[in-house]
Structures are given as C-alpha cells and as structure tokens.
Design a protein around this ligand. Structure first.
Ligand SMILES: Nc1ncnc2c1ncn2[C@@H]1O[C@H](COP(=O)(O)OP(=O)(O)OP(=O)(O)O)[C@@H](O)[C@H]1O
Ligand SMILES: [Mg+2]
Length: 256
C-alpha cells in the first residue's frame, strides 16, 4: 500500500488519448433470459488508460464486465479486444487473450495462504516460471503487505488486505487488461483512497484498467475517462476530470 494520498481534485492527464484501442464495446444489448439489462452500451478503453464505469445498484455495471469475460453474449452489438471480436468466445480463451477480472465479492481462498492464492492466479501460465516470479515481485512491490503476510491464511487478512490479494491474484496471470468490479466494496474510506492510488500505479506499469464502481469520487479521481451507466444505458461519458465537475454527476453520485 502506498502512503501517497491522491489529490482527488487534480485532473489526471490522459496521455494515452490516441493509444491503440484495447477494449471496444459497441452498441451492445444484453439480456438475462427475456429481461433486457443493457441497452446499446458503448464503452472503449485505450492502452494504458484507467477508465471507470460508475452507476448505482443494478445499473448494469457487472453485466458489462460479464460481456467482456464471455459470461454473457451481446444480443446485438459487438465486443472487441485488440481489434478482434471476442463475443461468443469462452471465458478461458478470453483469459488466455490477456484479460483478468477481479470479481465483485473478491472470492479469495480463505484456507489457502496468501502465496497460494497468488499462485492460483498464475495457473494459466504456470509453465512460465521466470515470468511468474517477475509478476510476483511486481505484486509484492505494489502491495508489500502481501509479501509480509505471504504464509498467512487468506481468511485472516483484513477486508482491505483481501482486496489487495484479489487484485494481486488478478495480476498474476499478467493481463494486459485488468477489470475490477467494485474494488472499494466493504473498505474504509481511507483505505479506499490508498487502494485507488495503487490501482493508478498498475496502469503506470503499462497495463490497462477498467473499473466498475459505485464510489464515483474515488474511481473518477484516478481515471482518465469515465462512463455513467443508468438503467442499463450510458447516460454520460467524458474525461474523468470533467465528469467530476459535472453538476448532474456531482448531485447524483458525489453527494454534492
Ligand atoms: N444472473 C442474473 N439473472 C437475471 N437478472 C440479473 C442477473 N444478474 C443481474 N441481473 C439484473 O440485471 C440488472 C443489472 O445488474 P448488474 O449486476 O449488472 O448491476 P450492477 O450495476 O453491477 O449493480 P451492483 O452495484 O448491485 O453490483 C439488475 O436489474 C439485476 O437485478
Ligand atoms: Mg455489480
């Protein structure tokens, strides 16, 4: 955990505005059975960016991630990764193509040690021992507490530490695109600020990050670009710094 506290009012520059597109969801409709939950959703993320998808309970945030992970197929529209359609691919092939998802409820293994939890994340590349060792170093540098508690059971970690472990486990597959579903859930405000500073550092090492969050302030504060999802549709999008100062966003999501 870094001690750095982000100045959340400081706009984060978007140096990667014309970097190649990593994820491109275009006009996607999605259904659970007969119930339509996404309506023409378009979200795109460029290499090296941190992008936030904010919205209230039930807005369709996790469903959007389900589209990317191949757990749900868009009824219409497209989902492209690095310029290739991934709609209809299995979750396994999407992970193999370089996407990792840290799920909403963390789901770490409480009876495995911290190190064993991280090793589970590296399963898809277990033959690349040198690469796994390098990523383990990267994760421990990002979250030193995980190195300190490497041999403790996952279940005894605090909520914040478990979230770090879940993010670390996601990184162990060496993803080019990391999806985070509500990383602030169940974490104190102070820890949330520190954790989001760490998430920003993940992008600074060359990875691309898409965050789904109800905590709009924390997420937009470290993002280059943001989308506001309401009732399954994108209501608003723009540079994160601009969204944070948008009257509607402030009143609806920032309690201003
Ligand atoms: N497996 C499912 N089957 C049927 N309906 C679902 C399923 N999962 C989610 N839904 C419904 O789809 C809509 C969008 O849900 P989703 O989980 O994407 O929202 P969310 O923005 O992630 O919300 P939260 O903040 O609660 O996680 C909601 O109305 C939800 O009840
Ligand atoms: Mg959700």
């Amino acid at each position: 955990m870094t001690q750095a506290v982000l100045d959340l009012a400081r706009p984060v520059a978007a140096p990667t505005g014309d970097a190649p597109m990593v994820l491109d969801i275009r006009a996607a409709d999605a259904f659970y059975g007969k119930a339509q939950v996404l309506f023409g959703v378009s979200v795109s993320v460029r290499r090296g960016q941190v992008v936030s998808l904010i919205g209230a309970n039930g807005a369709g945030k996790s469903t959007t991630l389900n589209l990317v992970m191949g757990r749900l197929r868009p009824a219409t529209g497209s989902v492209e990764l690095d310029g290739r359609s991934i709609a209809g691919l299995s979750t396994e092939s999407i992970i193999a193509a370089g996407v990792a998802c840290v799920p909403q409820r963390r789901r770490i293994f409480s009876t495995l040690t911290v190190l064993e939890n991280l090793e589970v994340g590296a399963y898809v590349r277990r033959k690349d021992r040198a690469g796994v060792a390098r990523t383990l170093e990267e994760v421990c540098a990002l979250f030193p507490v995980l190195a300190k508690k490497a041999h403790m059971m996952g279940g005894v970690l605090s909520g914040g530490e478990q979230q770090m472990l879940a993010i670390g486990r996601g990184l162990m597959s060496n993803p080019s695109l990391l999806l985070l579903d509500e990383p602030s859930m169940g974490i104190s405000p102070k820890l949330t600020t520190e954790m989001f500073a760490d998430i920003r550092r993940i992008a600074e090492t060359g990875r691309t990050v898409l965050i789904v969050e109800q905590n709009a302030y924390a997420a937009l504060g470290i993002s280059d670009h943001g989308y506001v999802l309401e009732n399954g549709a994108v209501a608003l999008e723009g540079p994160a710094a601009r969204l944070m100062h948008d009257d509607y966003v402030r009143q609806t999501y920032l309690g201003a």
